[in-house]
Write a protein that binds this ligand. Structure first.
Ligand SMILES: Nc1nc2c(c(=O)[nH]1)N[C@H]1C(S)=C(S)[C@@H](COP(=O)(O)OP(=O)(O)OC[C@H]3O[C@@H](n4cnc5c(=O)[nH]c(N)nc54)[C@H](O)[C@@H]3O)O[C@H]1N2
Ligand SMILES: Nc1nc2c(c(=O)[nH]1)N[C@H]1C(S)=C(S)[C@@H](COP(=O)(O)OP(=O)(O)OC[C@H]3O[C@@H](n4cnc5c(=O)[nH]c(N)nc54)[C@H](O)[C@@H]3O)O[C@H]1N2
Ligand code: SF4
Ligand SMILES: [Mo]
Length: 729
């Protein structure tokens, strides 16, 4: 008799937080069926990644393979990675980190947490390890290269960095202002809510330089020039004030600094901004009137806002637009920075950031520090730590060894694929004395590691994720892991203990409870409540069953700032750092596609998803540019910037405007981050992934180009130590 069991868990890809039901033959340790079931955010739906994205658990070895043994380089970077016992690997990591800490001090060590498979509990431990055992606040994660600008900009205006509303509320909004967000590809299950809102009569405004699916269903598509967001949002505010459409009572009761805001905004008449944005003044007027015309208006935004050096400024401007029109503090309105990864909201919640402990408690507040010192029995640093995008500065560009980063502990991230300007990143990794990778797959970063610690994947461990709308939800173990792997939390405990700061837990729930007791905002979100409710949205202050969590923030206009008052802020427009020029006449913007996910270690190893799309990816180019370059759709082309070059296929499409090309960052051969610029937003340190200058060249000998692609594919597979036959279609 097969021991067949049904187990519900949360999807491991995007922040939509869909609920999936696995049917498992536990005797055979085999998945029999997976389908979506009703959850708070997803009803009973999932996108194709939910349906098919678990195949990587079978390790089909298409682009990379699972790591099953701890590995170290016994004699420095030039020596090979060899499999060793856990004891030897842990000792090796602990000894090297200890040596570096003694020689160069705690601030010479950097840690990166993971917004992906591991979940909240191992991330809580990761920041605890870096802070209490190493003794530095140098801890960060991929939110930095993602929605950090949303956190910083929202904190400075409305006091809370997360989505103010919930995913289900979106369908009851009357006006959706969608700016720099492509839900159909990024959060398909959020996209359904946008479609439903449309069906219920909502007016949809889409500001995006491309014709996305949201643009297609929008009532008004503002096809603005890349990098011109703030000229648009300032002009919308200008129209609202000039035409007297603002909510004076809300402004008076709940906000401050309107006058300083107006000093900037008054310059941005629709006529002035129209020239910067490349849309008509009347379209801007219409957008402003519609947006201000409802108390159920929401602004949804994504990477088209944050991944610019002016990202934080646009976020502040978005929050100000919502304050200006009284669109905060009640059902179906507010601000929606829709967090990308399955657990990027959670990894921020857990304090895997250089400035805050779990629960967004400042590392510079002496009382808070004292609380954590007491709880953790360690002396903690009151100095804000390093952001991960500034690691290259502190390695390649810092000449004083005393100020350099000497060790990098990378837990569940692949900067070797996902960070900008990969040439510089590789140089950085190569110069760092000691690099640790704790991952489930061989990836581009593991190539540079001195030690590799193999972890269990989503589906092989328990825990909690936080969905984009502040919803804590359980993940559950579905399969028994195979190979010599350990849970992420256990690995961190072993390293910490070996370094002389003992950490010991029975299970993830014990870690969760420690975290809750130190984080007032999350205190009430017990495992019991999570079981009972399925999802608990923070803040949830009280363990009592009556406190079921919080659907929307800033109720009644009371903001999360210290005095409860919202602060108007915006900035003047600045062009992107690197603009088109005679050598590089096109602009490159990098985005995502629906079937593959971030660095693709996981979706690249799911057969159904691989069959949809494979290397070397695509570059979207306008018919006009393609004609000038004599490029046909499907042809291989070379694309280059000042920093690097790669081969990809041309997708000639009317969805993009002349002069601008788009790549997705999922591809290892068509790797757009060889080209991107590492220019950062000064206040959030988020890179300007969405804009740099490039050129596209026709490749006359297509056969030679395909041979090159195939060679590169084989080379990658060899580096990832794949043993299986090439499974390419
Ligand atoms: N050009 C360009 N680049 C970008 C972007 C862009 O728009 N354009 N977007 C950026 C954004 S928004 C983000 S968030 C980043 C994402 O970049 P990353 O965070 O680097 O990418 P991910 O694919 O999410 O996963 C990182 C690693 O986690 C590992 N992993 C998954 N589950 C587990 C687990 O349970 N345990 C352990 N130990 N490891 C696990 C995976 O194998 C993978 O190696 O990319 C950024 N890069
Ligand atoms: N399938 C899949 N889903 C994912 C991911 C994935 O890799 N694959 N990654 C996840 C992650 S980490 C994240 S952060 C989210 C991100 O999801 P999104 O925020 O949707 O990110 P992008 O697709 O990078 O960019 C959004 C849009 O910004 C537009 N844009 C570019 N420049 C500008 C500009 O100057 N102004 C405006 N207004 N728009 C501009 C682009 O054309 C694009 O349509 O997706 C998550 N979901
Ligand atoms: S929408 Fe996101 S959470 Fe839902 S199934 Fe797709 S990838 Fe998973
Ligand atoms: Mo992201």
């Amino acid at each position: 008799m097969a021991s067949v069991k049904e187990i519900q868990t949360t999807c491991c890809y995007c922040g939509s937080g869909c609920q999936l039901l696995f049917t498992v033959d536990q005797g055979a340790n085999k998945i029999l069926d997976v389908h979506p079931v009703k959850g708070r955010t997803n009803d009973d739906k999932a996108c194709l990644k939910g349906w098919y994205g678990w195949d990587y658990l079978n390790d089909p070895q298409i682009i990379t393979k699972r790591i099953r043994e701890p590995m170290i380089r016994k004699n420095g970077r030039a020596s090979p990675l060899t499999a060793v016992s856990w004891d030897e690997a842990i000792k090796f990591v602990a000894d090297n980190l200890k040596k570096i800490k003694e020689k160069w001090g705690p601030d010479s060590i950097m840690g990166a947490g993971s917004a992906r498979g591991p979940g909240n509990e191992p991330n809580y431990l990761m920041q605890k390890f870096i802070r209490a055992c190493i003794g530095t606040n140098n801890i960060d994660h991929c939110a930095r290269i993602c929605h950090a600008a949303s956190v910083v900009g929202s904190m400075q205006t409305i006091g809370e960095g997360a989505m103010s509303l919930s995913i289900p509320e979106i369908e009851d909004c009357e006006v959706i202002f969608n700016i720099g967000y492509n839900a159909a590809a990024s959060h398909p299950i959020v996209a359904r809510r946008i479609v439903r809102a449309k069906e219920k009569g909502a007016y949809i405004i889409c500001a995006d330089p491309r014709i996305t699916e949201t643009a297609r269903i929008a009532d008004l598509h503002l096809q603005i020039k890349g990098g011109s967001n703030i000229a648009l949002t300032n002009a919308m505010a200008n129209v609202i004030v000039t035409e007297g459409l603002q909510d004076q009572a809300f402004i008076k009761a709940h906000t401050k600094d309107f006058d300083a805001f107006w000093e900037i905004v008054k310059v941005y008449t629709p006529e002035h901004s129209a020239k910067i944005c490349g849309v008509s003044p009347d379209a801007i007027r219409l957008a402003a009137r519609k947006y201000a015309g409802s108390k159920h208006s929401v602004i949804l935004w994504g990477m088209g806002v944050t991944q610019f050096q002016q990202g934080v400024e646009v976020v502040k401007s978005n929050c100000s637009l919502a304050m200006l029109t009284g669109n905060f503090g009640h059902y179906a309105c507010g601000t929606g920075p829709v967090r990308g990864q399955n657990n990027v909201q959670g990894t921020c919640d857990m304090g895997v950031l250089p400035n805050v402990y779990p629960g967004y408690q400042s590392v510079t507040d002496p009382k808070i520090k004292e609380k954590f010192e007491k709880a953790w029995g360690a002396k903690l640093s009151d100095k804000v730590g390093l952001t991960l995008t500034r690691v290259p500065e502190r390695v390649v560009h810092e000449k004083d060894p005393a100020k350099q980063i000497h060790a990098y502990y990378i837990f569940g991230e692949d900067p070797g694929q996902s960070d900008p300007d990969l040439e510089e990143l590789r140089e950085t990794l190569d110069k760092i004395d000691f690099v640790v990778c704790q991952d489930i797959f061989w990836n581009k970063t593991t190539q540079h590691a001195d030690a590799i610690l193999p972890a269990t994947a989503w589906g092989e461990h328990d825990g909690v994720y936080t969905s984009s709308d502040r919803g804590f939800q359980r993940i559950r173990k579905v399969l028994e892991p195979t190979g010599n792997v350990k849970d992420d939390w256990e690995i961190i405990c072993l390293v910490s203990t070996a370094m002389g700061y003992p950490m010991k837990y029975k299970n993830v729930q014990e870690i969760w409870d420690e975290m809750r007791n130190l984080s007032p905002k999350f205190k009430g979100a017990t495992y019991e409540k999570l079981e009972r409710q399925g999802s608990v949205q923070w803040p949830c202050w009280d363990e009592k069953p009556e406190d079921t969590g919080t659907m929307f923030l800033h109720e009644g206009g009371k903001f999360a700032t210290p005095d409860g008052i919202g602060i108007f802020k915006t900035s003047h427009y600045q062009p992107p750092a690197e603009t088109e020029n005679s050598d590089f006449p096109l602009t490159l913007c990098t985005v995502r596609e629906v079937g593959h996910y971030s660095v693709r270690t996981m979706t690249g190893n799911c057969r159904a998803l691989r069959n949809l799309e494979d290397e070397p990816g695509w570059v979207e180019i306008s018919p006009e540019d393609a004609e000038t370059l004599k490029i046909a759709s499907g042809e291989l082309v070379r694309i280059s910037s000042k920093r690097g070059t790669c081969i990809t296929r041309a997708n000639v499409t009317e969805r993009v405007k002349k002069g601008a090309v788009y790549m997705t960052y999922q591809w290892w051969i068509g790797a757009c981050n060889e080209l991107t610029i590492s220019r950062l937003d000064p206040s959030s340190s988020t890179p300007e992934y969405k804009y740099c200058a490039c050129k596209v060249e026709k490749l006359r000998d297509q056969k030679a180009a395909w041979d090159d692609v195939n060679r590169q594919y084989e080379d990658i597979r060899a580096k990832m130590r794949i043993e299986k036959e090439r499974a390419l279609a």
